[in-house]
Design a protein around this ligand. Structure first.
Ligand SMILES: CC(C)[C@H](C(=O)O)[C@@H](O)C(=O)O
Ligand code: SF4
Length: 420
């Protein structure tokens, strides 16, 4: 019986010839990531000295201040300073701040490699699966053990294979695939499973767009969301200056055992939207006509260069509706710069957008664009829970960057194909 991609990566890191779904194994952790909100300030700084005086594999530890940057109040500033000071005191060379959401920073700085195990104190760490890594979120307690030992225990997950074949139609993006898949599987339908995305739709899809899909695997309860490494993956890593001999490429065997297989046809996919207040409350955008107050392009899901370019192409020469706010937070400082150099930010600003710093702030309701009671936001991010972006009485719809842009023009949740 063949083995899945997850089983192969975990066997390597467990130093075993073979592992099987269901096995509980101790594995080496190749990269450990902590963000400011669940990193050093939560248990780590206090408890780690009780476990060890020496962080194991310090060179593989990455700390990123991204939720509270730029700080909106003194408490947030204190947390960022604490995270920075802890990283400096512990000689963490890989400390980043004001660079944007951690998962984009991890990818851009070459910390996510195929065939590696990456664990981070943030639930969307699974985004790294777009590069063929076994990447998953952990809590601070687990991170404590990883910093002390360089290892953790994992139950080898079963794998759900999700196949998308065919071409996406104009106006339809990777985010729509993400939402449709989540709507079908459900917010708990993949609990503790690996979800492996395969099919010709992904073969044709740029890495940035693939990330919008693996990023949201956790919204189905998945442990990891993976895509096979291909030429596009290798070209992306080459562009970061990553040496090909610094990583190993694995693929699921043709006769690997999958606990479930789903097959979709991209040619039938319409723009999708997740309606309040659950990520799996998904329907076609054409079925929704809700007036909005705010539109948001950003987060680790929907603020990459290709997202901003797509939105700018639709907004070029147009203006957002009167009384609507379009907030744009590029997913990283590098993307901010690239979008600025390419004139994309000025197109968005000319349409009426406000360009923000690269940050988690808007997405998770910490700063930079909170919602008042009864306000409605269409967002390119990944969660729409009650209170997610501010008031518990606000409403959040999740859509693709094109849906966000179209909605900003009309002032209601709008199918972007209306503008094609
Ligand atoms: C607050 C943080 C720990 C959380 C996560 O783990 O995902 C946040 O990034 C989110 O998107 O909800
Ligand atoms: S951008 Fe949003 S989803 Fe991504 S890590 Fe930050 S808060 Fe979480």
């Amino acid at each position: 019986m063949g083995k899945t991609l997850s089983e192969k990566i975990l066997a390597k890191n467990a130093h075993r010839d073979v592992v099987n779904a269901g096995d509980v194994v101790w594995v080496d952790v190749d990269r450990s990531m902590m963000d400011d909100i669940l990193g050093p300030r939560v248990q780590i700084a206090e408890k780690l000295p009780e476990l060890t005086q020496e962080i194991k594999n310090r060179e593989n530890v990455i700390v990123i201040s991204d939720h509270y940057t730029p700080p909106a109040n003194i408490r947030q500033a204190e947390i960022v300073k604490f995270t920075r000071d802890w990283s400096l005191e512990n000689n963490i060379d890989n400390y980043y701040e004001f660079e944007g959401p951690c998962h984009q920073v991890m990818a851009e700085y070459g910390h996510v490699l195929p065939g590696t195990v990456i664990l981070g104190t943030d639930s969307h760490t699974c985004m790294g699966g777009a590069l063929g890594a076994f990447a998953s979120g952990v809590g601070s307690t687990e991170m404590l053990g990883i910093l002390a030992t360089g290892q953790t225990w994992l139950k080898v997950p079963e794998t759900i294979q999700v196949r998308w074949d065919g071409q996406l139609n104009p106006g339809v993006m990777a985010k729509d695939i993400s939402l449709k898949t989540i709507g079908v599987i459900g917010h708990a339908g993949a609990t503790y499973k690996a979800v492996e995305y395969v099919g010709e739709t992904f073969d044709q899809m740029e890495i940035e767009q693939r990330m919008a899909i693996t990023n949201m695997a956790v919204e189905m309860g998945a442990k990891v969301g993976l895509m096979p490494v291909d030429d596009k993956t290798i070209a992306y890593l080459d562009s970061l200056g990553i040496q090909r001999d610094s990583y190993s490429v694995y693929h699921s065997d043709a006769d690997a055992r999958f606990c479930q297989k789903l097959h979709f046809n991209s040619a039938e996919l319409l723009p999708q939207v997740a309606c309040p207040h659950e990520v799996d409350n998904v329907t076609a955008v054409m079925n929704v006509n809700t007036p909005i107050h705010q539109a948001y392009l950003g987060s680790c899901t929907g603020g990459r260069l290709s997202d901003l370019v797509a939105a700018a192409e639709l907004l070029k020469g147009k203006k957002i509706a009167k009384g609507i706010r379009l907030l744009v937070s590029p997913s990283s400082k590098k993307i901010w710069k690239a979008a600025s150099d390419a004139g994309v930010l000025s197109v968005l600003a000319e349409a009426g957008a406000v360009i923000l710093a690269p940050t988690c702030g808007v997405c998770v309701g910490l700063h930079s664009g909170l919602l008042a009671p009864k306000e409605v936001c269409i967002s390119a991010s990944n969660r729409n829970f009650i209170g997610r972006m501010g008031s518990k009485e606000a409403f959040i719809y999740l859509g693709s960057p094109l849906t966000v842009a179209a909605s900003a023009i009309t002032g209601r949740v709008t199918d972007p194909r209306e503008f094609l």
